[in-house]
Design a protein around this ligand. Structure first.
Ligand SMILES: Nc1ncnc2c1ncn2[C@@H]1O[C@H](COP(=O)(O)OP(=O)(O)OP(=O)(O)O)[C@@H](O)[C@H]1O
Ligand SMILES: [Mg+2]
Length: 317
């Protein structure tokens, strides 16, 4: 395990007109991240993602709980923990007036990299930034800036990289490009913890993830496990005799639901259920006008665990 955290908690106290106000940002988070995986923290705005990452990167001290990161105790050996990780904040942190090269070189020196110029050139090349490396930060596009901010977090070649909402605000092409680069990091042996409120991103990119809401973990597993846990696949059928079809298909499904002339059949493994289902309908002489097979999405998982849709929180894509 590259991260093993237990019962992390953080409460902020803010001043308001009514006196001090407490915000329980993180209320007891457990987390295990294996070396070499892309681990996602998925949740709506204010769920506690950034606060969790800031605790794990030693930027703020947890009120309670403990963690071991890359073999070092978070509370007892914060400097050793820091030397093992790269951190790219939600805001990015690329400066306007100096060049990408100068900023990355500075980061390399701060981390004590022996050949700072060489390491900077390498990471610029890896992120296709060599061409614009000597232009001031403000002249870079959004996607280029995001790549510079990741290069800043990677120049000392840490085994573990934290990315706080790395693709927010990027267009689909830049997003896909960044997903590929994050996958390449995994291939080169870097473990990645990223936060996101995009369901499709968590689904496509993460080996495992946890879903957080109001500072608590509501679910954890691989995207496939999480989806299987909730409802598997759904087959939507339109047919000439839906009542009789429902009776016929009941033994083949986990659940059937009739809604007007639409019949929904829930199955653990839709692809394998489909042929048997079609055969049964044919044997009964029931005519089919349309059929669709859909996978349950992570939003169904969030809905099942919290009673709300992640889409309704205004956070999801
Ligand atoms: N320094 C702080 N002082 C007071 N409250 C804070 C502070 N930082 C975070 N909070 C509060 O803690 C809660 C969790 O915030 P956090 O930034 O961790 O959420 P998040 O999941 O990263 O959200 P987003 O997706 O919007 O980035 C929020 O209610 C936030 O207002
Ligand atoms: Mg955040």
């Amino acid at each position: 395990m590259i991260i093993k955290a237990h019962d992390l908690q953080k409460t902020f106290t803010t001043k308001s007109r009514k006196g001090p106000q407490k915000v329980e940002a993180v209320r007891g988070v457990d987390m295990e991240v294996a070396a070499g995986e892309i681990f996602g923290v998925l949740g709506p705005n204010g769920a506690g993602k950034t606060t969790t990452i800031r605790m794990l990167t030693t930027l703020i001290r947890p009120d309670a709980g403990r963690a071991v990161i890359a073999g070092h105790d978070l509370l007892k050996e914060p400097a050793a923990v820091r030397s093992k990780l790269g951190y790219v904040s939600q805001a990015g942190g690329v400066e306007d007036t100096t060049s990408a090269r100068a900023q990355i070189m500075m980061a390399a020196k701060i981390h004590g990299v022996a050949d700072a110029a060489g390491a900077t050139a390498d990471v610029l090349e890896r992120f296709d930034l060599t061409e614009m490396a000597d232009r001031p930060g403000r002249t870079l596009s959004g996607g280029q800036k995001r790549r510079v901010s990741i290069a800043l977090g990677l120049v000392h070649n840490p085994p573990l990289l934290f990315l706080d909402e790395p693709t927010t605000g990027l267009d689909p092409q830049n997003r896909a490009n960044l997903w590929d680069r994050i996958r390449q990091l995994r291939e080169s042996g870097t473990s990645v913890l990223l936060s996101t409120h995009y369901l499709d991103e968590a689904d496509a990119l993460c080996d495992r993830l946890m879903i957080v809401d109001h500072g608590r973990v509501v679910a954890e597993g691989t995207p496939a496990e999480l989806k299987r846990e909730v409802s598997g696949d759904v087959i939507t059928l339109r047919l000439d005799d839906p009542e009789r079809a429902a009776e016929t298909l009941k033994p083949l499904a986990r659940e059937t639901r009739l809604d007007g002339d639409v019949l929904r059949v829930y199955a653990d493994d839709g692809e394998h259920t489909l042929p048997a289902l079609l055969r049964a309908l044919e044997e009964q002489g029931i005519k089919l006008s349309s059929i669709a097979l859909d996978r349950c999405t992570l939003d169904d998982v969030f809905l099942a665990k919290t009673g709300r849709s992640l889409r309704d929180t205004g956070a999801a894509a």
